[in-house]
Design a protein around this ligand. Structure first.
Ligand SMILES: Nc1ncnc2c1ncn2[C@@H]1O[C@H](COP(=O)(O)OP(=O)(O)OP(=O)(O)O)[C@@H](O)[C@H]1O
Ligand SMILES: [Mg+2]
Length: 401
């Protein structure tokens, strides 16, 4: 798929912007703080339901405005789709597909983006929650139905935690806690599906990550992905762990199906959960261990190696979506990544993304971006799209901003 047009109203530092986008590479250049990331963030928000920079939706709305609108025209297989998302202060976001009401969550069915950003280093070095979010984003992109399962699991988890906390406060134990059994069942049923889907995704990512790492790093450091499952005893999220995700916290032998292992773990942990007033086992406490040359990447890999791993994860996700999705290639967004790479890695990354239908690149410095990605360059200044030279598409409209 490709985005043919993007309109923004009161989004971040844009009062209004109209941007025509070309097939293949599109480059946005401008000095720091002008709105390059904001522009591509609007596509990430519309396609994934959130920003990669903040969990606070209202940060997307222009200062002093009441609502922001992101409007995207897409083309796939000769068919055009119009997607709109309105973000409101103090009320729910609204979505439209071809001008008919839709749930914001539905938009992922039409537009898939894969974002590469400097923040991606935290995929390797950050907390388990960053890796869980990456996996879940790809899961929902390839199977949109799973958005409902993840949301339901979250709800059950919150309600179960509330119950555990109130039981702790009132000292209720034993049979008086029969309502907990009902929540356990829901937790295990939804959670097992998430655990299995994530494990399948990790399996599917292994090969493409190896290929992508070799093509980005130009070297084979044997990248490996190992699920760390709390139902099997891994405790990646525990406060008393250093969090390096070393082999010591790797899951033990896996026997039986996920539901049985999950149910057994819940039963075994019940008194500890009642002591702490929180659910200690489930996909919300899982992680995935990344290894290079047999060592955990977190805590061992160099800066460049960590970066290559993070880029490989994104490239591999893009490759997976490309083969699995009914909407064609995801739109690749490379926000400020070339500045982080040496010349050889820049060229290799440019070659790896070249075959995707549409690639959006941002950079503060034009010279950081390989020539192959400069065919369609747009300049951004103070929340305005100020120039628009289209070398390959002379029929494109002049930009109004
Ligand atoms: N809700 C908002 N309302 C108004 N301005 C905002 C809002 N959110 C962010 N901004 C402004 O947008 C600017 C940042 O834009 P952005 O992050 O897109 O910069 P950039 O061009 O990507 O810069 P860099 O090259 O440093 O990455 C900042 O000046 C910030 O104050
Ligand atoms: Mg930026």
């Amino acid at each position: 798929m490709r985005v043919t047009h993007l309109s923004l109203s009161d989004f971040r530092n844009y009062e209004s912007a109209e941007v025509q986008l070309a097939q293949g590479p599109n480059l946005f250049v401008g000095s720091n703080g002008q709105g390059k990331t904001n522009l591509v963030e609007s596509l990430v928000f519309l396609s994934t339901g959130g920003s990669h920079r903040t969990p606070i939706d209202t940060a997307m709305i222009k200062q002093d405005a009441q609502a922001a609108v992101i409007r995207v025209r897409l083309e796939h297989d000769g068919r055009a789709v119009l997607l709109e998302l309105q973000l409101n202060r103090g009320s729910a976001n609204k979505a439209l597909v071809n001008r008919s009401n839709a749930r914001p969550r539905e938009l992922v069915r039409y537009l898939a983006t894969v974002l590469f950003a400097p923040e991606d280093l935290s995929l390797v070095r950050g907390e388990p929650s960053v890796r869980r979010r990456m996996l879940d984003t790809v899961l929902v992109q390839r199977t949109p139905r799973l958005a409902g399962v993840l949301a339901d699991y979250d709800r059950v988890l919150k309600q179960r935690n509330t119950l555990l906390k109130s039981a702790r406060a009132s000292g209720v134990r034993g049979s008086a806690l029969s309502t907990l059994d009902v929540w356990d069942e829901r937790l295990v049923s939804l959670g097992s599906e998430i655990i299995d889907e994530r494990s399948a995704l990790i399996d599917d990512l292994r090969e493409p990550v190896r290929d992508a790492y070799r093509s980005v790093a130009g070297d084979d450091h044997h990248p490996r992905l190992v699920p760390l499952l709390s139902v099997d005893g891994a405790q990646p999220d525990d406060d008393d762990q250093s969090g390096t995700g070393g082999a010591g916290s790797e899951a033990g032998e896996r026997q039986g199906d996920t539901r049985d292992r999950f149910a057994a773990a819940v039963a075994a942990l019940r008194s500890r959960e009642l002591d702490r007033g929180v659910t200690l086992v489930g996909p919300h406490r899982d992680d995935v261990l990344f290894e290079l040359n047999g060592l955990p990447a977190k805590g061992y890999a160099s800066h460049g190696e960590s970066w290559s791993f993070a880029l490989s994860l994104r490239l591999a996700s893009a490759q997976l979506l490309r083969t699995h999705s009914t909407t064609g290639d995801p739109v690749l967004i490379l926000d400020d990544v070339f500045a982080e790479l040496d010349q050889a890695r820049r060229a290799r990354l440019a070659a790896s993304v070249h075959e995707f239908e549409q690639v959006l690149v941002t950079s503060a410095v034009l010279d950081d971006v390989p020539d192959a990605l400069r065919a369609h360059t747009v300049h951004i200044q103070a929340g305005r799209v100020i120039e628009h030279d289209v070398e390959s598409d002379s029929t494109a409209d002049e930009v109004t901003s």
